[in-house]
Design a protein around this ligand. Structure first.
Ligand SMILES: [Zn+2]
Ligand SMILES: [Zn+2]
Length: 336
């Protein structure tokens, strides 16, 4: 009845279709590692950018420089050894378990492998505070430092902060820097019963903020462009250091550098440490350890708020509903 559409002619048509159109289908074998960095930083020599050569290296392999990658894991709390100068270039069982620990802490797929997702995370610029200097909260994702330290002041609680007169950057005006930090401090002050005030007296300030390069005397040297961006100490230390080698930005419209780092995002994160929060495993949280260049993360998420309120209580004017709405509207998964 339908001689033109016999089974064999249909098959022929199908074959023709495949032959003609298949070469134009999107190639599916693009190596994943080309997307290792969220911003294209290929052919550059920023801190940790060389780690991309370890993509898909598996257990039992030996590759020159693997010891440097092991030092990275050790530095951030994942490869605990007494002597960190003696790492081999062999991907051994111990390294595999460090990778597993890293993946589960940072909310990545747990594969125990140096897959592109994991290496991308490893190479992302991040905070210098170790991920393991904390007590994991069992049901939430936020965490504290050992002993759960917080600032112990009489109410109404007030902390002062000051900028180091000797350790600053000159390409952002002092008033812009002050505005950025005031905004960042306000974010935290709006959820807990604690106020922050700037003081000109650096010596007596509770929180001492400064931009430093390389080794600056606290045993936590900075590393140049990207890599570690900043670090801050747990209560009641108050030291708050930013890597002077970064291209700090207050506005990506005027700062075009592809390695520009958002000052307000990093300030907001480090204030969390100053208050006593350690790193969170919630990717969207301000207290997650990494931040891509040219990206912003300035709004506290429920995880951040719950964590800091467990230390200090809630600001009487704070309403969870407003936070819930913003979390839901941005479609981010948070543990409430
Ligand atoms: Zn941090
Ligand atoms: Zn420092």
């Amino acid at each position: 009845m339908f001689p033109f559409f016999s089974y064999s002619s249909l098959l022929l048509l199908l074959l023709l279709f495949i032959i003609i159109f298949l070469p134009s289908f999107p190639a599916r074998n693009i190596p994943e590692f080309i997307t290792v960095l969220p911003v294209n930083l290929n052919n550059t020599n920023y801190t940790w950018s060389g780690f991309d050569r370890f993509v898909d290296v598996g257990r039992g392999s030996e590759l020159a420089g693997m010891s440097e990658l092991k030092k990275y894991f050790h530095r951030f709390g994942y490869l605990l050894v007494t002597d960190n100068t003696n790492f081999t270039d062999i991907f051994d069982a111990r390294f595999e378990s460090a990778i597993i620990q890293y993946q589960s802490k940072l909310g990545l797929p747990v594969t125990g492998k140096l897959d592109s997702t994991t290496l991308s995370q490893v190479m992302s610029p991040r905070c210098g505070v170790s991920d393991m200097e904390h007590i994991l909260h069992t049901t939430k994702h936020y965490a504290y430092f050992p002993g759960r330290p917080s600032w112990d002041r009489s109410t109404p609680m007030m902390l002062t902060y000051a900028f180091s007169p000797d350790n600053s950057i000159d390409y952002i005006s002092k008033s812009d820097i002050r505005d950025i930090f005031e905004r960042a401090f306000m974010k935290w002050a709006s959820v807990i019963p604690l106020n922050f005030t700037e003081t000109q007296d650096y010596k007596i300030a509770d929180i001492k903020i400064g931009f430093y390069s390389k080794d600056h005397g606290d045993g936590e040297p900075f590393d140049g462009v990207l890599g570690v961006l900043a670090h801050a100490f747990s209560p009641e230390n108050g030291r708050f250091h930013l890597d002077a080698a970064e291209t700090w930005a207050i506005d990506f419209g005027s700062e075009k550098s592809r390695v520009a780092v958002d000052l307000e995002s990093v300030a907001t994160h480090e204030i969390g440490h100053v208050l006593g929060l350690a790193h969170s495993s919630v990717k969207e949280a301000v207290m997650y350890p990494s931040l891509s260049p040219r990206s912003k993360k300035v709004d506290l998420k429920l995880d951040d708020v719950k964590g800091v309120q467990a230390l200090y209580g809630s600001n009487p004017n704070f309403r969870f509903s407003s936070l819930l709405e913003s979390d839901i509207s941005s479609n981010q998964a948070v543990d409430i």
